[in-house]
Design a protein around this ligand. Structure first.
Ligand code: ADP
Ligand code: MG
Length: 443
């Protein structure tokens, strides 16, 4: 294996034997002619991928798609039916809740048990114990047996141990989902720190946002098979687009990803050329339209009776702009053409930052707000007035149109805009919620 590779998965398959009744297992083992009484069920089917050292890779997929099975095989908890996994480096894993813990032992005893299984001496654990206890925030409960812990408490303990044994490879299986928001933020911050320190991270999540913000690559699993892997925004976007489908067409999705990748490469090249030609935007404080500012990760959902088009932002006077001045009001517009009558119609928009984190948006339901009539066939212009309360940076918007709470059409990263600051004052993060700042000396 290449020495820059952390994990290599080759033709990995895991089959379970399913018996329709328990007695069939016995019948099968006793049958002199080797008659089969089971059906094979494939939790993983010929999965291949490679993770380089220092990469952060996210795995996404529906419940039952094989994510946990894959992580368990990589960590050696399960053996594959066929295929192989090579791992280079010390793994620390947070698998399903409570895995690797002894329920009768206290939290503290479990910490020592787990660090020693991971090859840490008692002395080394003694040195780290403060940090581990601090992170777990379990207080006096650390002296109680693990069986008395809530799932959130088990997750905190598991995470505290896993990240403090200085892993080369950190593997996390949805453990974060059970923690509260403050704990999740703390874990993400710690994972970022571990990533910065050069460790490899493999991470399963239901949340597209956290995969986009943390990972350099994403892999989508469906029914035990790898559908696609690639740029996290594109992979999670295509996953979301297909999330309501019972059957997906792997080849079609792979093709769509290739197209998207090609487009983003081309637009990158074009942009570079423009930069070379030194076309600079006008230096005024007015808003303007910069033709090179185009989203590279636009994903179109399948049209199911309607189509969204002509997405743009304009000034209140109707001039298209995409470099906006902080604090001013603008219009976000798109056209929805319907090809059939749409019941429970709802228009939506969602503004995200560069990392794909949702910042704000809304939906407008005709049913709730106007009448209980269907939206008849026709073309409609939807206009959202908004205030550019965002700080300096680049943002993108999704446009959506749904019927009975299912998307009839949706465009992810339909439009992109940039915010120019109006003055030199520094604001933190994406949204400016500060009106004024005053200060005085207390007597
Ligand atoms: P995920 O983590 O993506 O939700 P899992 O890897 O846990 O999915 O499971 C993949 C599939 O394998 C599921 O359909 C699950 O029911 C099945 N499975 C897991 N463990 C067993 C087992 N011991 N026997 C039979 N089927 C199993
Ligand atoms: Mg799972």
């Amino acid at each position: 294996m290449n020495k820059n590779t952390a994990i290599k998965v080759q033709n990995l398959t895991k089959a379970y034997k399913l018996y329709s009744q328990p007695i069939d297992r016995l019948k099968e083992s006793l049958n002199p002619f080797g008659k089969k009484y089971h059906k094979d069920f494939y939790a993983l089917k010929d999965v291949n991928f490679e993770i380089k050292k220092g990469e952060t890779v996210g795995i996404i997929g529906r419940n039952g798609s094989g994510k946990s099975t894959l992580l368990k095989i990589i960590t050696g908890v399960l053996t594959p039916t066929s295929g192989r996994v090579n791992v280079h480096g010390k793994i620390s894993a947070i698998l399903e809740l409570g895995a690797g813990f002894n329920p009768e032992m206290t939290g503290l005893e479990n910490i020592y048990l787990n660090t020693s299984i991971s090859g840490m001496s008692k002395d080394a654990t003694d040195k780290k114990i403060e940090e581990i206890l601090d992170f777990a925030e379990l207080g006096e409960f650390i002296h109680q047996p693990l069986k008395t812990y809530s799932s959130g408490m088990k997750a905190r303990l598991g995470f505290a141990v896993a990240i403090n044994i200085d892993p080369d490879i950190l593997i996390v299986d949805e453990a974060l989902a059970v923690g509260d928001a403050a704990f999740q933020r703390k874990c993400f911050a710690k994972m970022e720190q571990i990533r910065e320190a050069g460790a490899t991270i493999l991470f399963v999540s239901h949340s597209e946002g956290s995969i986009v913000s943390l990972c350099s690559r994403a892999i989508w699993l469906s029914n035990g098979e790898k559908v696609i892997e690639g740029e996290p925004k594109l992979v999670t976007g295509l996953y979301m687009k297909n999330s309501s489908k019972k059957q997906i067409n792997k080849q079609e999705i792979q093709k769509e990803l290739e197209e998207l990748e090609k487009n983003s490469e081309e637009s990158e090249k074009k942009e570079e050329k423009k930069k070379e030609q030194k076309i600079k935007p006008k230096p005024q404080i007015e808003e303007y339209y910069d033709p090179s500012l185009k989203p590279k990760s636009t994903i179109y959902y399948e049209e199911k009776g309607a189509k969204i088009s002509d997405v743009k932002i304009t000034t209140l006077d109707g001039e298209e702009v995409n470099v906006l001045v902080h604090g001013r009001e603008y219009l976000y517009k798109y056209v929805v053409k319907t090809y059939e009558n749409i019941c429970d119609a709802r228009f939506g928009c969602l503004i995200k930052n560069k990392q794909g984190i949702a910042l704000g948006g809304g939906s407008y339901s005709l049913l709730e707000q106007e009448s209980n009539k269907d939206l008849e066939i026709g073309a409609y212009e939807v206009i959202w007035k908004f205030k550019a309360i965002f700080n300096e940076g680049i943002y993108s918007i999704n446009s959506g149109f749904s019927s009975n709470k299912e998307y009839v059409h949706r465009i992810l990263d339909a439009y992109m805009f940039k915010i120019k600051p109006i003055h030199k004052r520094v604001f933190t993060a994406n949204i400016n919620c500060i009106e004024t700042i005053k200060w005085r000396k207390n007597d």
